[in-house]
Design a protein around this ligand. Structure first.
Ligand SMILES: N[C@@H](CCC(=O)N[C@@H](CS)C(=O)NCC(=O)O)C(=O)O
Length: 252
């Protein structure tokens, strides 16, 4: 599909904290329980925006530092975001939800028909957790020395189709799966490690530039200053054992 550049600008509702009342459950409205700074939730938020579903899928942002107890008790026992309340069910997990929203709602399809593109799409889909793990783990170690290969992998994949700057040539759900993490890694590696992930990686540079032109994504971007502060605390303020804890928290 052509990159969606819808200029719908939303007034974002404030996050709900522990004193907030529960919204009616299964009242027929489709709700995306989210957090504005969570990269996993951002994937589903971008998908919703790209498909033009701002009216169909209501954002319900939560304050993860002061979660409403009803969320775990009544809505989603995993107590994580994102979760989608739809059709009398609660559906979780960001990668599953990208596909779920793409397949079950109106709006342009986010996965091409071309079998070769679908094949690369599936490969990249199964690489994304590994990509995140390599980069996050490097933040506890030697940073760029350890994570360069993961960005090289993306550079190589971006060379495969020449009909556009996105992973599968044209914009697709694969771009959505990666961008929230690349966005954060680019900022953090630049600020803290003085490492430019786009240096000598022209395809990655062009991809990020094109992604930044897409309003459906732009509106979901996280504040880089807050991000750097948060990551500094998380990756430099933790004692040994952090790596293992990270692997458990972030990928399951
Ligand atoms: N594998 C999950 C991970 C979701 C996740 O870890 N979300 C974090 C926020 S970024 C969360 O809800 N943390 C709250 C908690 O673990 O208590 C997905 O892809 O949706």
């Amino acid at each position: 599909m052509a990159p969606p550049r819808s200029a719908v600008v939303e007034n974002l509702p404030p996050p709900l904290n522990s004193s907030a009342e529960q919204l009616p459950l299964f009242d027929g409205t489709t709700k995306l329980y989210t957090c504005y700074t969570c990269p996993f939730a951002q994937r589903v938020w971008i998908t919703r925006n790209c498909k033009g579903l701002q009216d169909e899928i209501k954002l319900v942002p939560l304050n993860l530092q002061d979660m409403p107890a009803w969320y775990k008790e009544k809505v989603y026992p995993m107590n994580k975001v994102p979760a989608l309340e739809d059709n009398g069910e609660i559906v979780g997990d960001s990668l599953h939800l990208i596909k779920y929203v793409d397949s079950n709602f109106e709006g342009p399809s986010l996965f091409p028909d071309d079998p070769k593109k679908r094949q690369l799409g599936r490969q990249l889909w199964s690489y994304v957790d590994k990509f995140m793990n390599i980069v996050y783990t490097s933040f506890y170690g030697e940073g760029p020395k350890e994570c360069g290969s993961a960005f090289d992998h993306l550079e190589g994949a971006l060379r495969k189709f020449e009909d556009g700057p996105f992973f599968l040539g044209q914009f697709s759900r694969v771009d959505i799966a990666y961008i929230p993490f690349v966005e954060r890694f680019q900022v953090y590696l630049s600020e803290v490690w003085k490492y430019d992930i786009t240096a000598s990686r022209p395809k990655l540079a062009a991809w990020i530039e094109e992604m930044n032109k897409i309003d459906a994504y732009k509106q979901t971007k996280t504040d880089p200053i807050e991000l750097v502060e948060h990551y500094k605390m998380r990756f430099t303020g933790r004692e040994s054992g952090g790596k293992e804890k990270f692997a458990e928290e972030e990928t399951h």
